[in-house]
Ligand binder design. Structure first.
Ligand code: HEC
Ligand code: HEC
Length: 353
């Protein structure tokens, strides 16, 4: 039996985890092949969200997802909105859509021999991508975000199978937070054989599609040129993004204190290259060559950003423990070791709930 001698940190929101057991849920997703026929799941229109208690949860989830700055200072510590990386309100295939994600949890993680619920995976994005402190399971925010994801997935599945008139069944808050890869997912009887549990994590369009490796090693210098030509007008000369007169970032920061932190999946050069190749520059996706996507991903991710929240005072040790992947944390670029001048991470930015 494993004895936990770790100090348990209890946040005011009621979520508790052992020190050192911060969610490490930015593990890379398996690459899903792009279907040739573009037959992705299409969620129902937002106007079809029903009235009533269940529909209100779904609507709140949508609202928190596209305008996450409502949670700034409570759960969110930077200028990101979930929709910045999960585009079109989490509906866009190949931009890690929520419907694809929902059907893949609970998921087994061999790394710590643990099963992650869908809610726990979302907590990972709060901790790293949003540089924040995650809402607890059962909180109104977590129930709302999972209800929205469930509604997108279930509505899409029903419609795809000619069941447009069947309402999305209402399920308990507990079941909402587990995910669609569970026995409790109320799939109509006749669809059970079409969506066996083990295939649910492989819906076409899930995640960010893998691209080929570059012919040449990614180059920060070449990437800077790509950035200046194709990205800077929206993301700013210093990657700081662009704010409207209302103080909101309409174009998200890509590095600096208001960007995703050093633990986020997007800080990996390969994950960013996949995202960028498929989705950027906005409105003109797939305009870059594969080499340019890798180069600009290297450039973006070789800048300081908020600290990896698992950091305990030793960048080299943290890099060794958590950064065995394609990224610049702990590496020297132009005489500077990245991570040594990082901005405060979520737990420092957000003092109390
Ligand atoms: C026309 C404006 C525009 C251009 C040009 C553009 N982006 Fe974006 N980018 C956006 C917007 C807007 C978002 C957020 C998407 C959303 O919320 O729907 C975004 C999101 C991102 C993200 C998601 C991560 C985050 O921190 O939110 C990355 C990475 C990114 N862009 C990189 C790039 C790169 C690299 C280029 C150049 C190849 C580029 N973008 C060009 C507008 C643009
Ligand atoms: C800076 C970009 C970024 C932001 C902002 C972001 N995420 Fe993510 N999210 C990712 C990346 C990257 C992954 C993992 C993809 C990979 O590793 O291939 C991911 C994965 C996920 C997954 C699991 C996807 C799957 O198919 O298994 C969910 C669910 C999720 N995010 C929800 C959210 C929610 C909710 C928010 C806002 C609270 C959010 N994300 C904000 C980048 C982001």
């Amino acid at each position: 039996m494993k004895i936990l001698l770790l100090i348990t940190a209890t946040l005011a929101s009621g979520i508790a985890y052992a020190e050192g057991e911060l969610p490490d849920r930015q593990t890379e997703l398996p690459a899903v092949e792009k279907p040739q026929d573009n037959k992705y799941l299409v969620p129902r229109d937002l106007v079809d969200i029903p009235d009533g208690e269940f529909g209100d949860k779904v609507k709140l989830g949508y609202s928190l997802f596209v305008d996450s700055q409502q949670m700034r200072g409570t759960f969110v510590g930077n200028e990101q909105n979930c929709v910045n990386c999960h585009m079109q309100a989490g509906m866009k295939p190949n931009a890690a859509p929520l419907w694809g994600a929902y059907m893949a949890y609970p998921a087994y993680r061999s790394k710590n021999d643990k099963v992650n619920s869908y809610a726990e995976r979302i907590q990972g994005c709060f901790t790293y991508s949003m540089n924040g402190l995650p809402p607890a399971e059962g909180s109104k925010e977590m129930v709302a975000l999972t209800a929205y994801s469930y509604w997108l997935a279930m509505g899409g599945i029903l419609d795809k199978n000619g069941m447009q008139d069947t309402p999305v069944p209402e399920i308990s808050d507990a079941d909402l937070q587990v995910g669609g890869k569970a026995e409790s997912f109320p799939l109509p009887e006749e669809l059970l054989s079409k969506y066996p549990i083990d295939d649910r994590s492989k819906l076409a369009g899930r995640g960010y599609p893998k691209i080929d490796n570059p012919e040449q090693e990614p180059s920060i210098a070449r990437g800077e040129k790509v950035f200046q030509t194709s990205c800077q007008t929206c993301h700013g000369q210093n990657g700081e993004g662009i704010k409207g007169s209302d103080g909101r970032s309409y174009f998200p920061p890509l590095w600096g204190e208001n960007a995703y932190n050093w633990g986020a999946g997007m800080h990996r050069v390969n994950t960013a290259a996949y995202f960028i190749y498929e989705n950027m520059p906005l409105g003109k996706s797939q305009q870059l060559s594969i080499q340019e996507a890798w180069d600009v991903a290297a450039f973006v991710n070789s800048h300081e950003r908020p600290q990896d929240p698992r950091y305990k005072g030793d960048v080299a040790g943290n890099a060794k423990r958590y950064h065995n992947h394609q990224g610049y944390y702990g590496k020297e670029v132009d005489g500077h070791v990245l991570g040594t001048k990082a901005y405060p991470s979520g737990k420092e930015v957000i003092h109390e709930h």
